[in-house]
Design a protein around this ligand. Structure first.
Ligand code: G1P
Length: 294
């Protein structure tokens, strides 16, 4: 059957205050994870899931994202005249990865509001949502795992991960019953509950496939946790009228939304890369044996 989920929405309007001063002038999604910006991993995941249109919900100071996914004629010309063929190919291929659509979120009113900003382009069919701070390494891609469940069962689908009770206050947490291997039917959900209020330890992880019904709910959504319009609250309402499935995804997640998480992701991915593994091991050896005078 043809894959009709073509659009993937990326909320990228956040200010990146956890990475200041690095993010004073550049978007946090443009920070490098090894050799490419964090946002690229999300786009590659969506492409691997069959999406061809990337809908970026941006805000002020995010121009670098638009420029990154565009052609850069001066750079291309320079690389070509210097015979840097592989770099030239890498740079040219970025703009042809997909169609990129940019919508502005004028005020930082929350994740639910960011998703609502995508309504004009996403209202016709189910669409993916990727929160790019969570970099997922998986095969098939995590979004592809969710789309497979959506094709089979319809409705909306959310990626889930088992967390410890101390961690529930960092995530949306679901009440769900098992419906198949690694698949849950979600009945209820709460945004960032403390352990005493959490309905389970199954937490929502930055990947969704949503039906356009969510937009009509988001339009009337009141502010929730943190004074923000929460996607979790809208999905809670959605689950009363349409099926909302949860998928215990298979893969590795790197939380690049915090400095320690981002640093750890760089080290772990470098260890996976045969060209960089030795560099990391050598650097760790040096830091374990400080030079005299340091
Ligand atoms: C958002 C969602 C939350 C989810 C989390 C995953 O929260 O609101 O339900 O568990 O992403 O990363 P945020 O991290 O934007 O505060």
């Amino acid at each position: 059957m043809a894959n009709e989920i073509r659009k993937c929405l990326f909320p990228v309007a956040g200010l990146g205050t956890r990475f200041l001063p690095a993010t004073k002038e550049i978007a946090k999604e443009m920070l490098p994870l090894l050799d490419r910006p964090i946002i690229t991993y999300g786009v590659e995941e969506a492409l691997a899931a069959g999406c061809t249109e990337m809908v970026m919900i941006t805000g002020r100071s995010k121009k670098a994202i638009e420029d990154y996914f565009d052609r850069s004629f001066e750079l291309e010309h320079m690389l070509k005249t210097r015979n840097k063929t592989s770099l030239y190919d890498a740079v040219v291929s970025i703009a042809s990865m997909a169609v990129f659509i940019y919508m502005r979120q004028h005020s930082p009113l929350g994740l639910g509001h960011a998703v609502l900003c995508g309504e004009p382009v996403c209202r016709d069919a189910p669409f993916g949502v990727i929160l790019p701070d969570d970099v997922m390494v998986a095969d098939p891609s995590v979004l592809a795992q969710l789309i497979a469940v959506q094709r089979e069962r319809g409705g909306s689908v959310i990626a889930l991960e088992e967390v410890s009770p101390e961690e529930t206050s960092r995530y949306g947490v679901v009440a769900a019953e098992i419906a198949g291997e690694g698949v849950y039917r979600i009945n209820d959900m709460v945004e960032k509950p403390g352990p005493e209020k959490a309905p389970s330890t199954l937490a929502i992880m930055g990947r969704y496939v949503l039906t356009p019904t969510v937009f009509s709910i988001l339009k009337n959504q009141q502010k929730g946790a943190g004074g923000e319009i929460q996607l979790t609250d809208a999905l809670r309402t959605l689950a009363r009228t349409e099926p909302v499935w949860g998928v215990l995804y298979r893969g590795r997640r790197f939380d690049c939304g915090t400095q320690p998480g981002w640093l750890s992701a760089n080290i772990q991915l470098a260890m996976d890369n045969p060209n960089l593994r030795e560099v990391v091991l050598e650097a760790l050896k040096i830091s374990g044996n400080p030079q005299p005078g340091r």
